[in-house]
Every structure is written in structure tokens, then in C-alpha cells.
Design a protein around this ligand. Sequence first.
Ligand SMILES: Cc1cc2nc3c(=O)[nH]c(=O)nc-3n(C[C@H](O)[C@H](O)[C@H](O)COP(=O)(O)OP(=O)(O)OC[C@H]3O[C@@H](n4cnc5c(N)ncnc54)[C@H](O)[C@@H]3O)c2cc1C
Ligand code: FES
Length: 287
Amino acid sequence: MNGTHNDLSRQANPFLPEPARIVRTYPLTEDVNFFQVRVADMDKALAFRYQTGQFAMISILGAGEAPFSISSTPSRPGLLEFCIRKAGTVTNALFNLKENDLVGLRGPYGNGFPMDKMEGKDILIVMGGLGAAPLRSVLLYCLDNRDRFGRVILLHGAKRPGDMLFREELLALKQRDDLECHITVDGDDTGEWKENVGVVTTLFPKLGNIDPANTFGLVCGPPIMYKFVLQEFLNLDIPRDQILMTLERRMKCGVGKCGHCAIDYIYTCLEGPVFSYWDVIHMRELI
Ligand SMILES: Cc1cc2nc3c(=O)[nH]c(=O)nc-3n(C[C@H](O)[C@H](O)[C@H](O)COP(=O)(O)OP(=O)(O)OC[C@H]3O[C@@H](n4cnc5c(N)ncnc54)[C@H](O)[C@@H]3O)c2cc1C
Ligand code: FES
């Protein structure tokens, strides 16, 4: 589904960005910053509805526009959160902005996760690196609606402790007894890391018994991660239509007009960025 009737993606000109103010920004790691943004028009800010896994286009005058996953949860409307890596023209310009500065925002776009279908099920979230951006939205949504889900399990991997996005937030969430949270780093260069060391798949033995028919497995991370995590999901016998992932393709318009994101007959800005295992089996170019 591509947004709701109240969102900014349904206005007369779908390419017209809405002014939005940076409310908070601070570094999460060496090259990734957190941005909390609010649409400047208060009525439109409150009307901006989205689903977990959707993305927005952020633009900066003179620099351009790029897609970013919405990292906040739809259960807390008003403020939008993003977690953005300094990569090129737009993100460099974004990193030079301060709190109270304006950006352009349009969206939300993409299909998002089928949270209704996932209700009542156990949710196993596996994220690595920037994969935390879209999956944090799912995690916070599940925690805000805790009675609607079974077990909520998070496996999060980073290269080093300093690279772990939302590390403090996760260490705090680890204290909750209604969340099973396991974090790991590939290597510890601090000597102070008290959690697991090893790639994210080394966390799977900590899961205990999984009820596969009742479980949704979600994954997002660097391309190398998918092959190994998907295999772990299959080893657990999670049904293939309950294995979901978010994937990035180069996007320009976000609304199915330019063809930049097309793979065969699929416009990934409309039919993604969330795909099931079956989608990926039929279109291997997706990963
Ligand atoms: C659905 C979706 C969600 C996303 N979510 C996030 C997110 O939450 N956080 C985040 O940090 N990023 C996210 N991204 C990625 C982000 O949109 C890109 O990194 C974007 O290109 C950054 O824009 P930029 O102008 O700063 O970088 P660019 O100037 O576009 O450069 C980005 C990188 O791509 C290379 N590059 C530039 N043009 C080309 C080209 N034509 N062909 C090949 N390589 C090229 C550059 O050398 C550089 O390494 C997402 C992308 C998608 C599609
Ligand atoms: S990004 Fe333009 S068609 Fe998908």
C-alpha cells in the first residue's frame, strides 16, 4: 500500500516537497547521524501517517534529494526520525545543517511491513549496520503495541562497538523482560564490550525453541548478510512467505514515474522496499 489519504504523497503535485524542520540531530556513529524532523505546518505534521518500513524523500536546496527509511514508529505520530550515513552530495549537505534548519520532505513511499498480518505472531528481527534504520521502526511499533505480538526477538550486529547504531537505546531495551535482545560485534577494539563477539548469525543459537509456523523473520543489513541470515531462517523452518526483508535500489522519484528503481516489470519504489523470500527467489537481482 502506498501511503494513506492524509499523507503528503497524495497532494496535487507528488514531486512538491513540504518544508520540514530539523528538531534534533546528533551523531550515532562516526559517519551516521540521527535526525528528528517535523513537517513545519503543524496540521500536516499530525496528518503525516506512515507504516513501518516505508521511506521518505528528503531534499536540500542546491544539493538534491535522496530516499531514507523512516526509523521512527507510526505509533508516535508528529515527529519523523531518520538515521543517515554520510555518503555523497545530499547527505554531506544534510550533515552541515543544524537544529531548526529546514529541509524538504515528501512521502511516505513504498509498501512497508504488513504489521496487521504479523499481529499475534512471534517477531524475529535481524539487523546489521544501517539495516537498523527501517527495522527500528518495526521494533518500536511492536514494543508500543506489545500485547498484539507474541515473542519479540531482536538480533543486532555491528562491525565494532563504535559502529553499533542506537547502542545506548538497545542496551536500555535489553533490560525489558518482554523483549529478547541479543547484540554482537564482529570484533571488539575497545576491550570493554560485554556482549557477544562474532557475526550476527552466531546469535541464532541463543534463540531457544522457535515456533516456526507462528514466526515472522525480518532482516535488513549489508548485502553479504542476507544470504546467511536467510539460510538461518530456512534452517528454523520459518515459512518463506513469513520471511521479509527491506532492500535498497537506486531511486529518483519514489512514485513509479522515472523507472530508476525498475527490475524487469517491478518498480521497487512502489512494490518495495519490503520484499518476501518468494519475491527474492523470483528476482535474484533484488539483492
Ligand atoms: C528505500 C531506501 C531507503 C534508504 N534508507 C536509507 C537510510 O535510512 N539511511 C541512509 O543513510 N541511507 C539510506 N538509503 C540510501 C541513500 O538514499 C543513498 O545513500 C543516497 O544515495 C544518499 O544520497 P547522497 O546524495 O548523499 O549520495 P550520492 O551522491 O548519491 O552518493 C552515494 C554513493 O553512491 C555512489 N554513486 C553516486 N551515483 C552513482 C551512480 N549513478 N551509480 C553508482 N554509484 C553511484 C557515490 O559514489 C556514493 O558512494 C536508502 C535508499 C533507499 C532506496
Ligand atoms: S524511483 Fe522512480 S520509478 Fe521508482
